[in-house]
Structures are given as structure tokens and as C-alpha cells.
Design a protein around this ligand. Structure first.
Ligand code: BGC
Length: 569
């Protein structure tokens, strides 16, 4: 009896220590307050984002090497309708046009990524540097700066050089850390005189879990229960190495900042008065955000991950935990390697405790011992996973403040999709999404969270990874059926512009009319888009029918001419 009671008390103390030692986030206080009219602090930065594979196209042009996403999408059956990012938005050819769109929106920054194989076709710096790839990014950066838009550059948004995957196993192999560091160092050398904001990795959770655990993403490996942990371990070390390279070699000259972009959903306890649900929600966040954030801020994985994965590995008869271990030297090398935290956020889940007994197969998901639920009343206009739950954003931002010592945060991604078939440019639900999410971010700033900028995801409709083109996140609609890939503004462009020019939501009188005015502008774009199949058809006529008819005419004339000649002879 006594033993059991003592054990329980011990567990409670350990839990309290784990949760409270890292911060004092109050799980029980979920304030849902009315819309908050106010503005952001002066200097708040507004931007939009994109990534190389999703938008550039030109997959094999001007010396670019193949990436794991080129290889993955080219395999039959991986992406709906076997779509690929081979040409996507043709962003590679449309730098000027796209920067003009951004300029018109009066953006402060543009977040894009550099395709590693575009500048290092084999991934290895000493083998070959593709100067044409460097030139492309130079042009983009210069265009942005000429238009007073600050470039925010991601070094890795998932398109690993295929050679590094084939020869070395990609993020499964520690050798990749040096290759990534060489690539990053080259970027600092060539672009760092103009780029002052660097992001090492975009959403490493997704790289690890979807690339090496479930295999839904490139490179498509299903190494359940261990692949994601190993990939993440190398990603964290690679991030730290690149941060130190910048810090030692470039910072004093270039005076920039370097961070990482972590994406996390919010996890709300189903029953806020249940300690078990609170613990489960905490685990959800620790396995999502804490997996990467805790090493970078505190030097090691969250206690709860070490406990759960270690215990389950033991029950499975393994000699060591499936979660790799950092040495003491590595811990101090990794700790503190973020100048700012990039945060991507889209949605929320309700979380409750659920046991996954070991023996049912290892997996990252089973390791967490929890179940995810959604409220059927939450709107889900696009991607099936994306429910619009604005208050979750404020909760997440406050959690980061409490847990990681109020770091400087740039929101690096936030947005909502719509289904492919929807060609309505009057995207009322997206305006509502931005309005409510940005407002919750404003409340978080009032709560004292140190948010310095916001990046709407994304500039254009683009290749949505394993969903192909079936989901559209863009502020601009891209007509992929038309060879010229024209861009059409959705109403949310106008709406976002108003938020930017007012630096928030100054007062009800002004804000009230924004949606209505934005909708007025989108009906004319809708008409243009409706005429687009006709224009596309006309192009087809000029490009296919005209050459075919001309060739036929030439052939017929030749036959007729020969016939005449014969008769003469
Ligand atoms: C990725 C984006 C993607 C978005 C929506 C993010 O985590 O970084 O590339 O478009 O999710 O799925």
C-alpha cells in the first residue's frame, strides 16, 4: 500500500517537475475573448511564403540536379493523378512578375527556399557548383531588394539532392551533416551580403515523420518507430552545426540572424479539469514541437519523450531506446542555437489519454499514448486535416513563451487551402481565417508573446506535396491548365493588404468594410478566369492546329508538284 502511494507521489512530483521546470504554461486557463481591435507594434513585418519545389518548376533546367521530390513524384502512384512539380507555377521564369505581385501588396518580407540540387546538383560542394542556379537566386534576391522587400531564406524545404539519398541514405546517415553545412556555407558566402534572415530547416517534424516513418513524403521510407527519430537527430545536429558556422564565420561581417522554422498544431486537453488529459496534451506538444525546440533551447529532448520511448523500447526487448541520445558535448553545442524561432501553425486537435500497449508494432504515433479528436463544428474548407480553430494559435504562442523563455518569434507559415475544383476567387472563408488567426496572434502579442512578424502561406497556389495540385493555399490563384500559368488575385489579397496597411485591426468602423470591398475586386478577376479556358483553347489552336495544318498543306503541295512533274515527263 505504502509503496504504491509513494510511487504515485513520486510520479506526480516527476510530472510536475517536468511540466513546470520548463515553464509555467497554465493549461487550465483557456480564455476565449471577443475580437480585439488594436494594432501591432511598429516595425512588425508582414510577408508571404513559398518553397522551391512547390513553385519553381524547371526541374531539370540549366544544370539543376534531381531532388528526392523529383524522384518521388515521378514514381507512378505516389501523388494523385501522378502529378509532379516539374513545371508547377513556373516560378523559375517569373521572378519579375511575382515580385511585382508582392510589391503591389506592400509586403515587408518574402520567404522562399533555395533548392539544394539547383546549386549543387550532386549535393556535394566539392563536386560541382551550378553557377546558373546561383544566378537564379541572385536575380530573385536582387529583385526583392530593389523593391524594398526583405528576403527570408530557407535552406532546406524538403528537396534533398537525390544522389545524397541514393548513395548515403539521406537524413538516416550522419554524413549528411557535413554536406548540409557545406551547402549552407556556400549560401552564406554567395548570398549573405544581401540576405539577413536565414532559416535552416522548414518543418523538420514533417521531414522526419512523413519522409522516414509513414513514407507519405519523399523519400517514402517506412522505418516505423525508429526512422523518424534517427532523421530528426541528424537534422538537429545539422541545424546546430550550420548555426555555429554562421556564428563563427559570417555573423560579424554579414550581421544577419539564423533560426529554424518549426511547425506545430495546438493540442487542447479534451477535459481541462482532467490531469490525464492535460498530461496527454502536453505529450502531444512535446512530441511535435518540443522534439526539436527543447534540444535547441535547453540542450536535450523533452523528458517525456525520453521516458515514453525509453520505456516502450524496453518493453519491446530492445537493449537501448529507439530515441537516440546526445552526448554531453553535443548538448552544450546544440543548446542556444536559435537567434529567432520560426513558427508554422495551421490547426488544432483535442487530445485525450489513450494507451497503446507495446507489441502492437512500434511507431512514433503509438509512442505518445494519446488520441486526437476534432470538433465536427470546426470549419474545414480545404485540406481534410485543416480545421479552422483560431484560438489554438494564441494558446500555442503562449505555450512557446512560457516553455522556451519568451524567444523572438517569426510566424513563418499560416494559411488555409481550398479544394482544386473551387475556382471561386471570392474566398470569403480565407479572409475569415486570416482575420481570426491574425487577431489571435495580436491577442498573444498583448499577452506579452514576442512575435515580430507574420508570413501568410502562400503567395501562389502550388504543388501541395502528396496532395499534388488538389489543394490550393495561394493568395493568388494559378491556372495550371494554361501553359503560361497566369496568376489571378483572390479576394484575400485585398483583405491582407488592408491588414498590412493598417498594421492590424485599428477599429470596428474601418475593419467592417474590408471584406465587402475585397469581394468587389474579385468578381472582375473571376470573369477573367472564366474566360481562361477559351484563351487556353485559342492557344491550343495556334500551337497545335496551325502547325499541323501547315505541315499537311506543304505535304499536299509536294505531292501535287510531283504529280505535275511526272505528267510533263
Ligand atoms: C509546409 C508547406 C505546405 C503546408 C501546407 C507546411 O508545413 O511547409 O510546404 O504547403 O504545410 O500543407
Amino acid at each position: 500500500m505504502l509503496k504504491r502511494g509513494t510511487l504515485k507521489l513520486f510520479h506526480l512530483l516527476v510530472f510536475m517537475q517536468c511540466v513546470s521546470s520548463e515553464g509555467d504554461f497554465d493549461w487550465t486557463k483557456n480564455e476565449r475573448t471577443p475580437f480585439y481591435y488594436s494594432t501591432f507594434p511598429a516595425g512588425f513585418s508582414w510577408g508571404v511564403g513559398s518553397s522551391a519545389y512547390q513553385t519553381e518548376g524547371a526541374w531539370n533546367v540549366d544544370g539543376k540536379g534531381m531532388s528526392i521530390w523529383d524522384a518521388f513524384a515521378h514514381k507512378t502512384g505516389k501523388i494523385p493523378s501522378n502529378e509532379t512539380g516539374d513545371s508547377s507555377c513556373d516560378g523559375y521564369y517569373k521572378v519579375k512578375d511575382d515580385v511585382t505581385l508582392m510589391k503591389d501588396m506592400k509586403l515587408n518580407h518574402y520567404r522562399f527556399s533555395i533548392s539544394w540540387p539547383r546549386i549543387l546538383p550532386t549535393g556535394i560542394k566539392s563536386e560541382h557548383i551550378n553557377e546558373k542556379g546561383i544566378q537564379y537566386y541572385n536575380d530573385l534576391i536582387n529583385q526583392l531588394l530593389d523593391n524594398k522587400i526583405t528576403p527570408v531564406v530557407t535552406l532546406y524545404h524538403w528537396d534533398l539532392p537525390q544522389v545524397l539519398q541514393e548513395k548515403h541514405g539521406g537524413w538516416q546517415n550522419a554524413s549528411i551533416i557535413n554536406s548540409f553545412n557545406d551547402f549552407a556555407n556556400l549560401c552564406f558566402e554567395r548570398f549573405g551580403n544581401r540576405v539577413k534572415y536565414w532559416i535552416t530547416f522548414n518543418n523538420p517534424w514533417s521531414i522526419a515523420v512523413e519522409g522516414y516513418e509513414t513514407g507519405e513524403h519523399a523519400p517514402g521510407l517506412k522505418l516505423r518507430g525508429s526512422g523518424a527519430y534517427r532523421a530528426a537527430h541528424h537534422i538537429i545536429k545539422a541545424h546546430a552545426k550550420v548555426w555555429h558556422t554562421y556564428d563563427l564565420k559570417w555573423r560579424s561581417k554579414q550581421k544577419g540572424q539564423i533560426g529554424i522554422s518549426l511547425t506545430a498544431d495546438w493540442g487542447e486537453p479534451v477535459d481541462i479539469s482532467s490531469q490525464k488529459d492535460i498530461e496527454a496534451a502536453d505529450r502531444y506538444i512535446q512530441f511535435y514541437l518540443g522534439w526539436f525546440a527543447a534540444p535547441l533551447f535547453s540542450g536535450d529532448y523533452p523528458h517525456v519523450m525520453k521516458d515514453y520511448i525509453g520505456r516502450k523500447s524496453g518493453q519491446q526487448g530492445l537493449g537501448a531506446s529507439r530515441l537516440p541520445v546526445f552526448s554531453p558535448q553535443e548538448k552544450s553545442y546544440i543548446k542556444g542555437t536559435v537567434d529567432f524561432l520560426g513558427l508554422g501553425h495551421y490547426t488544432t486537435r483535442y487530445i485525450t489519454q489513450k494507451n497503446f500497449p507495446s507489441g502492437l508494432g512500434d511507431s512514433y504515433f503509438a509512442d505518445r499514448d494519446l488520441a486526437e479528436l476534432v470538433d465536427p463544428r470546426w470549419p474545414d474548407p480545404g485540406s481534410e486535416w485543416l480545421y479552422s480553430v483560431p484560438w489554438g494559435f494564441r494558446r500555442l504562442l503562449n505555450f512557446v513563451k512560457a516553455q522556451y523563455g519568451n524567444p523572438m518569434i517569426y510566424v513563418t507559415e499560416n494559411g488555409v487551402s481550398e479544394k482544386m475544383l473551387c475556382t471561386d476567387l471570392c474566398d470569403d472563408w480565407r479572409m475569415q481565417f486570416f482575420k481570426d488567426y491574425i487577431n489571435e496572434m495580436l491577442k498573444a502579442v498583448k499577452d506579452g508573446v514576442n512575435v515580430k512578424g507574420y508570413t501568410a502561406w502562400s503567395l501562389l497556389d502550388s504543388f501541395e506535396w502528396d496532395e499534388g495540385f488538389s489543394q490550393r493555399f495561394g493568395l493568388f490563384f494559378v491556372d495550371f491548365r494554361n501553359k503560361n500559368k497566369p496568376r489571378y488575385p483572390k479576394a484575400s489579397v485585398q483583405f491582407y493588404k488592408r491588414i498590412i496597411s493598417s498594421n492590424g485591426f485599428p477599429n470596428p468602423r474601418e475593419v467592417e468594410g474590408w471584406k465587402r470591398k475585397a469581394v468587389e475586386t474579385c468578381s472582375s478577376s473571376n470573369q477573367l478566369l472564366a474566360a481562361d479556358p477559351l484563351i487556353g483553347h485559342m492557344e491550343m489552336v495556334t500551337e497545335i492546329v496551325v502547325p499541323t495544318v501547315s505541315t499537311l498543306c506543304i505535304l499536299l503541295s509536294a505531292v501535287f508538284f510531283m504529280f505535275l512533274l511526272r505528267r510533263r515527263i
